[in-house]
Structures are given as structure tokens and as C-alpha cells.
Design a protein around this ligand. Structure first.
Ligand SMILES: *[C@@H]1O[C@H](CO)[C@@H](O)[C@H](O)[C@H]1NC(C)=O
Length: 186
């Protein structure tokens, strides 16, 4: 059976190339209690992340705001090949009893991917986790340490990593996002 899974994984691997995957279904980490989206609104800078195939630029940030219809708009921006590129998405809370477990979609055609706030103090930092389950055989992890400023103290980054690890999320492959020279270029 293991050989079959290995074969299947080899076939699926191009899908997750360059990303972090692990055997088994997505974990179920604890999330921020009484999460308040109103306090989470505004701009968050990406400080560190698990590598993803879709974010390659620098100066990456996300701006959460409320549209006139009450929905939550998320604008992700990055600086890449000399230009600021932005993409607009929508965040939803799927279960009001679990407001920290949001879903985000960046296109009408793509399903909502999980966007779970494991921790935030709203004013300095946030820990975000997303997981994609592939046939419950393996899962692809995404994790971000976000800051309200472009730089976070090393101690905040380290305690964030410890919190991910205590939820069985492997963040050993996390990489820092380049946030240098951004305010001049934008
Ligand atoms: C964030 O989005 C809001 C609403 O669209 C906008 O008014 C604000 O200027 C944006 N902030 C940044 C830093 O882009």
C-alpha cells in the first residue's frame, strides 16, 4: 500500500513542487479565541512564510478591508520585476462559532482556501495557517508570520515558530520575506 501511495505521490508531486507537504490529512491546530475581524482589518506585512509557488516577489503585504456590501476584501500586493502587483480576494467566516477560521478566495473560479488565525494581538503580529488536503493522503502546508510593521523583533518571530510547532506544524522551512527598500519603490 505504501508503494501505491509513493507512486501516487510521485504523480501528484508536480502539483506541490516547491511547497511543503506532509503525509496524512490536515492537522487541526488551536486558533485565536474570540477572533475579532474588525480589529484584524488593515495592512499586514509578510515577515516569514513557508515557501509557496505563487508568492515570489518582495515587499509582500495584505490589506483587509470591508466592502460596502459588508464582505471582507483582501488585497495582496508584492513588488516583482519592477512593478507592484496586486490581487484582490474575498475572505469569509464559514462558521460564526469559529471566526478565526476564515476562507479566502482570489478568484470566482477557485475554491476558498483555509486562512486560520492561530494567534494575533492585532497590533503587532499574527500567525496564519492554511492547509490543503489532497485526498487525505497528504497535505500541503502554508504558514505565515505577519507584522503590522515591515520588521518584527526576532523574539516575536521565534515565539511564533514555537507556537506553530506546538500545533504540529513544521515551520523548519520558513523563509524571510524581503521587506527592504520597499517604501521607496512603492
Ligand atoms: C487598504 O484598503 C483600503 C480599502 O480599499 C484603502 O482605503 C487603504 O488605502 C488600503 N491601504 C493600503 C496601505 O493600501
Amino acid at each position: 500500500m505504501k508503494a501505491f501511495y509513493a507512486l501516487l505521490l510521485t504523480l501528484l508531486l508536480p502539483l506541490v513542487n516547491g511547497q511543503v507537504y506532509h503525509w496524512g490529512p490536515c492537522p487541526d491546530p488551536s486558533v485565536q479565541l474570540n477572533f475579532d475581524i474588525q480589529k484584524y482589518l488593515g495592512r499586514w506585512f509578510e515577515i516569514q512564510k513557508l515557501p509557496t509557488s505563487f508568492e515570489k516577489g518582495k515587499c509582500i503585504d495584505a490589506n483587509f478591508s470591508v466592502r460596502t456590501d459588508g464582505s471582507i476584501k483582501v488585497t495582496n500586493s508584492e513588488f516583482r520585476r519592477g512593478k507592484v502587483k496586486s490581487i484582490e480576494g474575498t475572505a469569509v467566516v464559514q462558521d460564526l462559532r469559529q471566526p478565526a477560521k476564515m476562507g479566502i478566495s482570489f478568484s470566482y473560479f477557485t475554491p476558498y482556501s483555509t486562512y486560520w488565525i492561530l494567534y494575533t494581538d492585532y497590533v503587532n503580529s499574527a500567525l496564519v495557517y492554511s492547509c490543503t488536503d489532497v485526498l487525505r493522503l497528504f497535505h500541503v502546508d502554508f504558514a505565515w508570520i505577519l507584522g503590522r510593521a515591515r520588521i518584527l523583533p526576532v523574539a516575536t518571530i521565534n515565539s511564533g515558530k514555537i507556537m506553530f510547532m506546538s500545533n504540529n506544524i513544521d515551520v523548519s522551512k520558513m523563509i524571510a520575506t524581503d521587506q527592504k527598500g520597499c517604501d521607496k519603490e512603492q
